[in-house]
Write a protein that binds this ligand. Structure first.
Ligand SMILES: [Zn+2]
Length: 152
């Protein structure tokens, strides 16, 4: 280690300079030029890291926004997955209702078979509507349960 390095190390550590180092500091142009910067560096106090509670409080809005976005995405996926089989379900239902209407016409008067088939179709529509209305509710509940499990 050169004498310049020793002087800078002493300045940086905040120790008092001995006579030889003080005379080197006065004579060496490089050391005297860097003296102020090294003393300022030695005086620099490293700030204390923020408390974990402060970090959590600062990140809470971002975390909440992210959780809300993830919730909307999961809800969209659940609704999309529920809507995929809907055309097939409707097609089968229409086929069944028409077949039932055809069979009932052979047995019952036309108006009565229409009444039965219409009531069946209305009930089916109501059941489908209730089922599809439940999809977002169930998906939201699943998300909330998953969130609570991940927190615990
Ligand atoms: Zn020097």
């Amino acid at each position: 280690m050169t004498e310049c390095d020793e002087v800078r190390t002493m300045l940086l550590s905040g120790r008092a300079l001995d006579a030889g180092s003080a005379s080197h500091l006065a004579a060496c142009p490089r050391c005297s030029a860097e003296q102020a910067a090294v003393r300022a560096l030695a005086a620099y106090a490293v700030p204390a890291p923020p408390s974990p509670a402060g970090v959590l409080a600062a990140a809470a809005p971002l975390l909440a926004l992210r959780a809300r976005r993830a919730g909307w995405r999961a809800l969209g996926r659940a609704v999309a997955a529920a809507l995929v089989p809907l055309p097939l379900v409707l097609l089968v239902d229409v086929y069944l209702v028409r077949a039932a209407y055809g069979m009932l016409q052979a047995l019952l008067p036309r108006v009565l078979s229409f009444y039965v088939v219409f009531n069946y179709a209305a009930t089916l529509t109501l059941l489908l509507a209730v089922t599809y209305a439940m999809v977002p509710i169930v998906a939201e509940r699943q998300l909330r349960l998953r969130r609570e499990e991940s927190r615990a």
